[in-house]
Design a protein. Structure first.
Length: 115
């Protein structure tokens, strides 16, 4: 199982970024996917989830109305569109999936929101 995130970077408050996570090593279209984030000295927190078909999504209260999660099963890729970014969104963002007995993680991508 391999999950590779991309798309992070430095953005000003109010700006947007789109993160991508490309998966391999399992049947991507059969599994739900999640985005988590971890800020310095804080615990990792769940940001967004999407089911295998892309028909159900849910978000942490802190990002509702600003973030969107989507997936392209033909490309084995899940996306996190982040709009109206705030400094408190600064964190390493990870994509993840649970394959029955183990949770797999990508290496993470840094998002920094600062003027």
């Amino acid at each position: 199982v391999q999950l590779v995130e991309s798309g992070g970077g430095l953005v000003q408050p109010g700006g947007s970024l789109r993160l991508s996570c490309t998966a391999s090593g399992f049947t991507f279209s059969s599994y739900g996917m999640s985005w988590y984030r971890q800020a310095p000295e804080k615990e990792r927190e769940l940001v967004a989830i999407i089911n295998s078909a892309g028909s159900y999504t849910n978000f942490a209260d802190s990002v509702k109305g600003r973030f969107t999660i989507s997936r392209d099963n033909a490309k084995n890729t899940v996306y996190l569109q982040m709009d109206s970014l705030k400094p408190e969104d600064t964190a390493v963002y990870y994509c993840s999936t649970y394959l029955g007995t183990t949770r797999s993680w990508g290496q993470g991508t840094q998002v920094t929101v600062s003027s």
